[in-house]
Ligand binder design. Sequence first.
Ligand code: NAD
Length: 272
Amino acid sequence: MMSQTIEKVLQGQRALVTGGSSGIGAAIAYAMAMAGAKVAINYLSDSSAAQNLVNKIKGAGGEALAIQADISQEQAVENMFQSVIQTWDSLDILVANAGIQQDAAFTEMTLEQWNKVLAVNLTGQFLCAREAVREFLRRGVVPELSCTAGKIICMSSVHDVIPWAGHVNYAASKGGLLMFMKSLAQEVAHQKIRVNGISPGAIRTPINRTAWETPEAEAELLKLIPYQRVGDPMDIGRAAVWLASDASDYITGTTLYVDGGMTLYPGFREGG
Ligand code: NAD
C-alpha cells in the first residue's frame, strides 16, 4: 500500500467495511482508521487476514475489530450490525465493499453463478444499507462528530457503465447498484444521510489477479488506462475517506470514478 499522511477527518466516527480483510476493503479500513475512525472489518472466511489488519491498525495507534458475516444472509447482517452498534454505541459510516466475480461465457453461465453474484453484489448491499439507515435514523445527527446522520459508500465498478462481455452477471449487479445507490440517496437525503458510490477501474487486488500478474497481461491492461498505471488499493482508500468526511458534505447520489481514465473510452484517442 502507498503510504501518505491522512488527516484525522473522521475522528471519533465508527465505520463498518464489508469484505474488509483483503484488497480494496482492507485499504479503506486502514485509511479510515488512520483518519481517526473506529473500524469494524467484516470478513467472510479469512479470520487471520482480518485479525492481522486489526493488529496493524492497532499498532499504528488506531482502533479496529474483526467481525465475521456472510453479507448476503439477512440474519447474519442483522447480527453483525447489532454487535458493532452494541460495542461502539452506534455507527456513522458504512462502506458496502464486499463483492465477487463468477465469470462465464453467456451460454455457459449457470443460474447458480448468476444468483450468487447478484446475492453478494446487490442483495448484500441492500441488506447492509438497510441496517445502516435504520441506525442512522435512530440516532440522528451528532454535530460534534459529523454534520450528517450517516454516510454510505457503495463499492461499484467502472462496469456500472462499461459493458463487460463474459461477465454479464457482474456488470448487471454493478449497473443495478448504480440505481440502487441513486434511489436510496434520493429517499434519505432529507434525513441528512448521504449515499454515494465509488467505481474503481483496475486496482491491483486478488479479484483481478490474472489481469495484472504477468508483464504481458499488465501491458494489455494498460491499453485501457489512459493514466498508464494499474490502481493501488490506497487510491480507493483515500477517496473513501474523503467521501465519508464532512469535506464532501454537499455530495450525495454521485459516483466517483477512481479509474485512471478507464471510463474515457481510450480507444477513441487514436481511433474514432
Ligand atoms: P477482493 O476479492 O480482495 O475483495 C472482495 C472481498 O469481499 C473479499 O474480502 C471477500 O472475502 C469478500 N466477500 C465476498 N463474498 C462475501 C460475502 N458473502 N460476505 C462477506 N464478504 C464477502 O477484491 P477487491 O478488488 O478488493 O474487491 C472489492 C470490491 O471492489 C468488490 O465489490 C469489487 O467488485 C470492487 N471492484 C474491484 C476492482 C478491482 O480492480 N480490484 C474494480 C472495480 C470494482
